[in-house]
Design a protein around this ligand. Structure first.
Ligand code: ADP
Ligand code: MG
Length: 250
């Protein structure tokens, strides 16, 4: 049967929490500390924005939270896993596959596949049966407004449409942890707005903990919470009321 995520937290419950995260990178003889003891949490139902200048450690932080990049020190608790980085590599991969969704600036689509196949393929990796994968993929593409475009390949889609395919691929899994890394930076205002609204909905309607990393202050309007990071440290953590009707234009 379906490997669709079986874990779903209640709105307001902590979905992922990190304590004392330290990450260093070695380049040649110098070592730089990119995360300098970060404590972080994100809750189900929240769109949490992590804002900070380029190079402040935002991408490194979400990689460490999602099982993509092992921190040097510190602990990550995620969903039902009290200590993600204590699991075997295989189990970490499995956790990521089952429970995490990713949206990147560059869309990361397979060039040869249609929009529908982008989504069914990923559901197939998860073990979904063909007919069911197709059904869920179609529903997800309709949700992002791409029903009529589902047989197009990436080269036939605009940047905004490509990002919506990436979001549909992610939503079809119903991930309880959704990580978006600069998801609007390659898009114009109108398409960026479609994307941030979909992230908003993933939190509100699907109960996902959505962690969106960005250096675009215009996205703040949709956030429940804004965390500011600079030089590997969290400077500010502020809760706010999102404005679902906010507009983003250049
Ligand atoms: P942000 O996403 O906020 O722009 P990153 O987390 O990507 O920042 O990077 C933070 C710092 O770590 C930067 O100085 C970057 O050059 C460095 N860095 C990131 N990944 C690596 C890596 N794999 N090897 C060496 N340095 C890295
Ligand atoms: Mg980055």
């Amino acid at each position: 049967m379906t490997p669709k995520s079986t874990i779903s937290g209640r709105h307001g419950e902590v979905a992922v929490a990190a304590e004392g995260l330290i990450k260093r990178f070695k380049t040649g003889r110098t070592t730089i500390e990119v995360l300098k003891g970060v404590d972080f949490d994100a809750r189900h139902g929240d769109l949490t924005m992590v804002m900070g200048p380029s190079g402040s450690g935002k991408s490194t932080l979400i990689a460490a939270l999602s099982g993509l990049l092992r921190p040097d020190e510190g602990k990550v608790a995620a969903l039902d896993q009290p200590n993600l980085w204590k699991l075997s590599d295989g189990k970490i991969d499995r956790f990521r596959l089952e429970h995490c969704g990713f949206i990147f600036q560059g869309f990361n689509l397979f060039p040869a596949l249609t929009a529908l196949q982008q989504v069914t393929t990923v559901l197939g990796y998860q073990g979904a049966e063909k007919g069911e994968a197709r059904q869920r993929a179609k529903a997800a593409l309709e949700e992002v407004g791409l029903g009529p475009r589902m047989n197009q390949r990436p080269s036939e889609l605009s940047g905004g449409e490509k990002q919506r395919v990436a979001i549909a691929r992610c939503l079809a899994k119903n991930p309880q942890l959704l990580f978006a890394d600069e998801p609007t930076s390659a898009l114009d205002g109108e398409n960026g707005q479609v994307v941030v609204r979909l992230l908003r909905r993933a939190a509100t309607e699907h109960g996902a903990a959505v962690v969106c990393v960005t250096h675009d202050p215009r996205l703040e309007a949709w956030a429940d919470r804004i965390i500011r990071i600079e030089d590997g440290r969290i400077l500010e953590d502020q809760r706010r009321t999102p404005d679902p009707n906010a507009t983003l234009s250049h």
